[in-house]
Design a binder for this molecule. Structure first.
Ligand SMILES: Cc1cc2nc3c(=O)[nH]c(=O)nc-3n(C[C@H](O)[C@H](O)[C@H](O)COP(=O)(O)OP(=O)(O)OC[C@H]3O[C@@H](n4cnc5c(N)ncnc54)[C@H](O)[C@@H]3O)c2cc1C
Length: 299
């Protein structure tokens, strides 16, 4: 750390020159992105983008500020009778305090509260967290486990896809150069279903997950009838693990059943060794976070 600081490479105090553009509509924003052919970046809360620019990891020629685009903002609200619509510009603080989410999908406010600090949560958006596509992004696993669908605005029009199909690699999504992430629609939990998100970090706050797990499990007449288990930070993208879901489905969800699912999830994970943890340690932690999440929903 000292050596990096001595070389003056930790943070820039002055950002390189860029154009600042505030589009009047989503279509306008897409047109501008197309004009810059991959050399423009959308700005929502800026808590990922500006840090990357300061660390010389991003140098867009233009910054396209989408914060005031009405179709991407507004309140978290019901979508029909069986889902909740979350606009992409919703901040993590708004997710944490949403009375509707606390009542109907409490795993989402609980996840937002685990993330960053109050100052960062006041600016950081859920859309930015997903579009940035860090393998450790905390909102991705619970939204995927809940079966969220996302609206994508493209030059060809608007389409809706399962969040499961959104991520294509670390820092990469189906949005490509000109796509914009729109509303995230999350189905309500069916009767008998519960969800949990567990992340393991070395420090209690302001730290990236070593590994994380989100689960949604539905029980009927004492048996698990459906399960969705998604891992974070142990693969290039958030990873759904059907092997673990199958290990649990049809069982009574006993401690032994939970252990079998956690073992299957650990085997299916694809972690890497980096400065923060080894591959083997991450696999061990997958076992721990899956066990914790399943124990919470099956207790
Ligand atoms: C101190 C600190 C702590 C943090 N802690 C956590 C943490 O605990 N967990 C965690 O997961 N993250 C954490 N982060 C990362 C960051 O805060 C989150 O990922 C945040 O949600 C990003 O949202 P944003 O609105 O600030 O994104 P921005 O920085 O504005 O954008 C991020 C990327 O997404 C693109 N983008 C934004 N919105 C859209 C859209 N609607 N459509 C298409 N592309 C879009 C931008 O062009 C950019 O490339 C932390 C960051 C900091 C600085």
């Amino acid at each position: 750390m000292r050596r990096r600081w001595e070389r003056g490479k930790v943070f820039r105090s002055v950002l390189p020159h860029f154009e600042y553009v505030r589009p009047r509509s989503v279509k306008d924003a897409i047109r501008i992105l197309a004009r810059y052919r991959g050399e423009a970046a959308l700005l929502a809360g800026g808590t990922d983008l500006v840090v990357r620019m300061k660390m010389d990891r991003a140098a867009p020629r233009a910054i396209v500020d989408i914060k005031r685009l009405a179709p991407l903002g507004g309140p978290v609200k019901p979508s029909g009778r069986s889902a909740i619509a979350i606009p992409p510009l919703t901040t993590l603080a708004e997710i944490a305090s949403s009375a509707l989410l606390k009542r109907r999908l409490p795993v989402l406010p609980a996840t937002a509260l685990l993330m960053a600090s109050p100052q960062v949560r006041n600016r950081a958006t859920v859309g930015g967290n997903l579009a940035n596509a860090a393998p450790s992004a905390d909102m991705a696993p619970p939204l995927m486990a809940l079966g969220a669908r996302v609206r994508i605005h493209t030059r060809g029009g608007v389409k809706t896809i399962p969040l499961e199909q959104f991520f294509t690699g670390p820092g990469e999504t189906v949005l490509g150069v000109t796509g914009i992430l729109g509303t995230i629609t999350v189905p309500l939990l069916p009767r008998g279903a519960r969800a949990s998100y567990q992340a393991y970090t070395v420090r209690e706050a302001m730290d990236l997950s070593i590994a994380s797990a989100a689960v949604r499990v539905q029980k009927k007449a004492g048996k698990v009838v459906s399960a969705c288990i998604v891992l974070g930070a142990v693969a290039p993208t958030p990873l759904r693990v059907p092997e673990a879901e199958e290990a649990l489905t049809g069982t009574r969800g006993t401690a032994g059943d939970i252990d079998a699912a956690a073992e299957a999830a650990s085997r299916a994970s694809m972690p890497i060794t980096d400065v923060r943890a080894t591959e083997g340690y991450r696999r061990d932690i997958v076992r721990v976070v899956v066990r914790r999440a399943l124990s919470e929903v099956l207790s």
